[in-house]
Design a protein around this ligand. Sequence first.
Ligand code: CTP
Length: 422
Amino acid sequence: MRSDSNSDHGSGAHDSAGATPHVVLGVAGGIAAYKACELLRRLTESGHRVRVIPTESALNFVGAATFEALSGQPVRTGVFADVPEVAHVRLGRQAELVVVAPATADLLARAAHGRADDLLTATLLTARCPVLLVPAMHTEMWQHPATRDNVALLRSRGVVVLDPASGRLTGVDTGPGRMPEPAEIAEFARLLLERRDALPRDLTGRRVVVSAGGTREPLDPVRFLGNRSSGRQGYALARVATQRGAHVTLVRAHTAEDLVAPAAVRLVDTGTAAQLREAMLAEAASADVVVMAAAVADFRPAETIAHKIKKSDSGPPPLSLATNPDILVELVKNRPPGQLVIGFAAETGDEHGDVLHHGRAKLDRKGCDLLVVNAVGEGKTFEQPDNAGWLLGADGGQLELPSGSKALLASRVWDAVVARLD
Ligand code: CTP
């Protein structure tokens, strides 16, 4: 495990003038082009200077005026507008990230074969920054051997081609081919700007199980014991693993309403610690990697009352608690040979020691291979988009995880996992 803190992956790439990064947003001609407007809004609101380059056919779905108004930048589709500016070279060279969403089957084919027959494909040829292609098309087109080959070729060159979601496509058909939601694409865009590096497909063929969210332990039909976990870190781990090629199952307890389910991930819903335990033990049996990112309630009401507990003059009812099983410890005990188990530790530090001291003790107690240690407290980790901490290894390794998006922390955890799987 590396022990440096790798200082070049801070909160985003910046140009030499210190301004916000240049992002090129390519839009190809598919019905999902309307979702590019929401992606554009998210990118500009998070401070990026965005230049939209649609293809001619994209303008059948969304007008140039919409992209110009939302980006505050002119919109061109061909290389013969503003010739003295040599836009196809300048835009590609200046870009710190190129995102194409949606990327149609035709766009993937043209990009894979180095065509430069419009401003977008010419820009893809001149860009030397990370490139993120977000396919959206009918299932048959996505599964066609021609498209599969084009995707494989692009990925072999370090282009990040997201796997599409399964779900409703245009009309009545459903299946893989749906463009991931703008929030998810924006998360990957930020991750590539932070990493300044491609996302390798180095988990291809691996089976990964991730738990996320906070369990809720019912007291009566309207009350529960719960915690503040939003599930964001677990979702980010699942999202990044699936786009690194893994087959991912996300076992989720209660999560924040605004979280978007990761594309191409299998979901298992649970509520209580007992349900989460049952699902995790079943799913982990055939997994290569198991990550316990869920916040499991340590205690539950000893008894769940079938009716709503009423107020009474004699004061509140006595609350008696029972201890929940430690799922992580059980997963470690029952793991098949070769499986890696990763835990999380939420620590505040106290008079007995700091956050890292408690983290190291927890790693020994739980027996897992890696432990992500987060400092928690007011405004830290829980319900926040960003995270930081340390990754501790059972072999004594310690890696600082500098502040960044939860997707960045997830990608560093997967880097360490891949190094150990190999
Ligand atoms: N965990 C678990 N089952 C529990 C409690 C925790 O599997 N009943 C897992 C969490 O998912 C996490 C790790 O154990 O991966 C550490 O959780 P944390 O809440 O930090 O620690 P606890 O074990 O609850 O210990 P303490 O509250 O004393 O810090």
